[in-house]
Design a protein around this ligand. Structure first.
Ligand code: THU
Length: 134
């Protein structure tokens, strides 16, 4: 994908992060998922007074997209303070739909910090095919 499209996705992730409901951590995160058809789904983290019920931005984006009928994801852009990468739970949920997902890590300003594939971030992973072994 062209650099300009990646920059646009990270910029949109930073916009999504502004909608974060993060009164406890004060750590807003924004995520934008792109399908092979070029459709974008954005989401933010949503926290809860019962802390463990918090949903990360990445998983919110996956659930939003899948609920709307999309499953063929090619790219994920993130806006995380300092340019951090997805938590383990989100990596596993993303992996359900693609090992080849390209992840564009951005900071709170919507600037690209680095890029990585999901395969790099979650090597030797467990996925749907793993259930076919026996
Ligand atoms: N968070 C995300 O949204 N994505 C991640 O990959 C890591 C953490 C959120 C959860 C919580 O609302 C806040 O960041 C601090 O952990």
């Amino acid at each position: 994908m062209e650099q300009s499209k990646k920059e646009e996705m990270v910029r949109l992730a930073a916009v999504a992060a502004r909608k974060a409901y993060a009164p406890y951590s004060k750590f807003p995160v924004g995520a934008v998922l792109r399908t092979a058809e070029g459709v974008l789904y954005s989401a933010c983290n949503v926290e809860n007074a019962s802390y463990g019920l918090t949903i990360c931005a990445e998983r919110a984006a996956v659930f939003k997209a899948v609920s709307e009928g999309a499953q063929n994801f090619t790219h994920l852009a993130l806006s995380v303070r300092g340019g951090g990468s997805p938590c383990g739970a989100c990596r596993q949920v993303l992996r359900e739909f693609s090992q080849d997902l390209e992840i564009i890590l951005g900071d709170e300003n919507g600037t690209i910090v680095r890029e990585a594939s999901l395969r790099e971030l979650l090597p030797d992973s467990f996925g749907p095919e793993s259930l076919d072994c026996c």
